[in-house]
Ligand binder design. Structure first.
Ligand code: AMP
Length: 143
């Protein structure tokens, strides 16, 4: 299982915001779409950063609710780790575990073509483990 096949099942839509969107706008979008992070895209389509619910919680805890009117650009993570369509499920799990984040934008030829969350990774990992267990049970039953 690789990123391309996960995207084939879940689709390639990515929720994005501009760097000037406010934290309140981002929080509203995260709640409406029931997601944990949005990708920040600059004018011209360049990947500018990523902002997750954790960044908003941290900003609230540090600066109070006044921060909700501040722009995303002040809070987002600029150094975004991305993945590619050929990356495997195991590689994604290793990246997310080592770096302690739950979202990986997918980039092909400098274009944003999808996003993989830890929910996607767990779902497909469980499916793989279940398939292996079924195959093992069948092997034992018929041998
Ligand atoms: P998350 O676990 O995805 O909610 O994110 C935890 C922290 O890691 C937040 O500060 C995010 O901005 C940051 N983060 C999330 N995904 C990435 C990524 N792909 N590359 C770099 N930083 C990230």
């Amino acid at each position: 299982m690789n990123v391309a096949s996960i995207l084939h099942q879940k689709g390639r839509a990515v929720t994005t915001v501009s760097p000037s969107a406010t934290l309140l706008e981002v929080a509203t979008k995260l709640a409406a779409k029931r997601i944990g992070a949005v990708v920040v895209v600059e004018t011209g389509g360049r990947l500018g950063g990523i902002i997750s619910e954790r960044d908003i919680i941290r900003a609230l805890a540090t600066n109070g609710h006044d921060c909700l009117s501040r722009p995303v650009s002040e809070v987002m993570t600029r150094d975004v780790v991305i993945c590619q369509e050929a990356d495997t499920l195991d590689e994604l799990m290793a990246m997310m575990t080592a770096r302690r984040f739950r979202h990986l934008p997918v980039v092909t030829d400098d274009s944003l073509v999808g996003i993989i969350s830890i929910g996607d990774v767990v779902k497909h990992h469980v499916a793989e483990v279940e398939m292996e267990a079924t195959a093992m049970r069948e092997y034992i039953t018929h041998s």
